[in-house]
Ligand binder design. Structure first.
Ligand code: SIN
Length: 493
């Protein structure tokens, strides 16, 4: 594998089950491609249902011991894991950049972001309180305790290969659950490195297991967990279509689910907005990870009165974004994850232009001496966007900003909510009455008010409507891995 790291032992290509690094049972390999060039640079296990079942057995066996540990001890494991992640940040960032394509500076930010969840849940682990309910009938004590749900299957996406798995595993372990994990087929190496560090932190065998596979084998691996009665919860970040499939397929075993699914985030710029701040917020929200985030603004609504001015300011900023490989210090937009992703972005742009949109900048693939590969796409601004365009109803997941016009608050709130999704929504306004009115009416799990950077380990992340359910991060994130038990104790008369 061509990747220079300080610690070569972080480059793992095998599954980790019951404290052992091992090839998958059939010995098959799945190749990992460099998003910049499409060329293979590593290969990991292409696991089957048998490997998934072995992981579930290990997790089930380890569960009783792990849940029985005092919370303070589980917290200590997480603290050690956090320290190791921080200590090995540079190597982890290099792995993220290499397999996911985000520029190194951004990958360093992702390591810090992911580590913050591990630290947060090492602190939350000791704060899962229950309740004593005041006596209702003489002689009976009513008590509520929180218990870990059991074995958790974590299925994670490629866009944040470290942060997304960290924010699922850390609360699960903090709660006393054990984990079987399946990272995205495009980006397994970061997750494997993270698990290597968990092993080094001394997390006991079977508590954390990871199984990798190709896209073709995902159904088999995840399918084994969906039907396995020992797996009590699925936590998934990815598309709404897959989330619905998981909900359907896990119905027979009535698993708990946390689903962080697709979005179609509106970003509204009212006529009273501070325009430079709104442009800054949009740049931060839209171009993070090249637009490949679930909370990326997909529809930008700008009031007629400031439309031209906003577009001009935005284009100046967008044209300054340098497209290039993750390895160059001056790159701000790396390659998209793979050819399918670029094809979708390109088709959205072409469709928008065919339906009346006007291109102000970008609009095509980039290929030059610096961005030398098939998967680079130019940061793009399209004006006169309308709701017949595919990009109005589907997530583009790329560096494309369509500007829609509006002239009335009620109309724009209706348009913003007119989607099956409800993950994030953003708006900019200096009118205090409007701020509380609009924030209350937007149908989203996360609302950015005069702010484009929303992510925080201390806040609950998750959606409403078809963007899913469950929350990650914050104290709510620990609850997602716990079940409530009511104890009714008699004999006190
Ligand atoms: C995502 O794109 O799913 C997560 C983004 C974030 O954590 O801010």
């Amino acid at each position: 594998m061509s990747l220079t790291l300080t610690r070569t032992d972080l480059l793992k290509e095998q599954n980790f089950i019951d404290g052992q690094w091992r090839d998958c049972i059939n010995g098959f390999k799945h190749e990992v491609a460099d998003p910049a060039t499409g060329a293979t640079f590593a290969s990991v296990s292409d696991s089957s249902a048998v490997d998934a079942q072995m992981a579930a057995t290990a997790a089930q066996t380890a569960f009783d011991g792990w849940r029985a540990l005092p919370a303070r001890e589980r917290a200590r494991f997480l603290k050690r894991w956090h320290a190791l992640i921080v200590e090995n940040s540079e190597d982890l960032a290099k792995i993220i950049s290499r397999e996911q394509g985000k520029p190194l500076a951004e990958a360093r930010g992702e390591v810090a972001y992911g580590a913050s969840y591990v630290e947060w849940f090492s602190e939350e682990a000791v704060r899962s309180y229950g309740d004593i309910i005041p006596e209702q009938v003489g002689g009976k004590k009513l008590m509520v305790t929180k218990e870990p749900v059991g074995v958790v299957a974590a299925i994670t996406p490629w866009n944040f290969p470290l942060a997304m798995i960290a924010r699922k595993i850390a609360p699960a372990l903090a709660a006393g659950c054990t984990v079987v994990a399946k990272p995205a087929e495009d980006t397994p190496l970061t997750a494997l490195a993270l698990v290597r560090l968990a092993e080094e932190a001394g997390i006991p065998p079977g508590v954390l297991n990871i199984v990798t596979s190709s896209r073709e084998k995902v159904k088999e691996v995840v399918g084994a967990w969906l039907t396995d009665t020992r797996v009590r919860k699925i936590t998934f970040t990815g598309s709404t279509a897959v989330g619905k499939h998981l909900a359907r397929e896990s119905a027979d075993t009535l698993k708990r689910l946390s689903l962080e699914l697709g979005g179609n985030a509106p970003f509204i710029v009212f006529e009273d907005a501070e325009l430079d701040a709104a442009v800054n917020g949009l740049m931060a929200a839209k171009f993070r990870n090249g637009g490949q985030t679930c909370v990326s603004p997909n529809r930008v609504y700008v009031h007629d009165a400031v439309y031209a001015q906003f577009a001009e300011k935005l284009v100046a900023r967008v044209e300054a974004l340098r497209v290039g490989p993750a390895t160059r210090d001056d790159s701000l937009i790396g390659p998209m994850i793979n050819a399918r992703a670029v094809d979708k972005i390109e088709s959205h742009v072409q469709d928008a232009l065919a339906r009346g949109g006007k291109l102000l900048t970008g609009g095509k693939r980039v290929k030059n001496d610096v961005a030398d590969g098939p998967n680079y796409f130019a940061p793009t601004v399209i004006i006169e966007a309308n709701h017949d365009m595919a990009l109005a109803s589907e997530e583009t997941f790329g560096p494309v900003v369509p500007l829609f016009r509006f002239s009335d608050e009620n109309e724009v709130v209706r348009l913003a909510n007119n989607t099956p999704y409800g993950l994030a929504a953003y708006f900019y306004s200096r009118d205090i009455a409007r701020v509380s009115r609009v924030a209350g009416r937007l149908q989203a799990g996360i609302v950015g008010i005069n702010e484009g950077a929303l992510a925080s380990e201390a806040a609950p992340f998750g959606g409403v409507k078809e963007s899913g359910y469950g929350r990650e991060g914050s104290r709510y994130g620990l609850d997602d891995y716990m079940q409530t038990k009511y104890h009714c104790q008699g004999g006190f008369a």
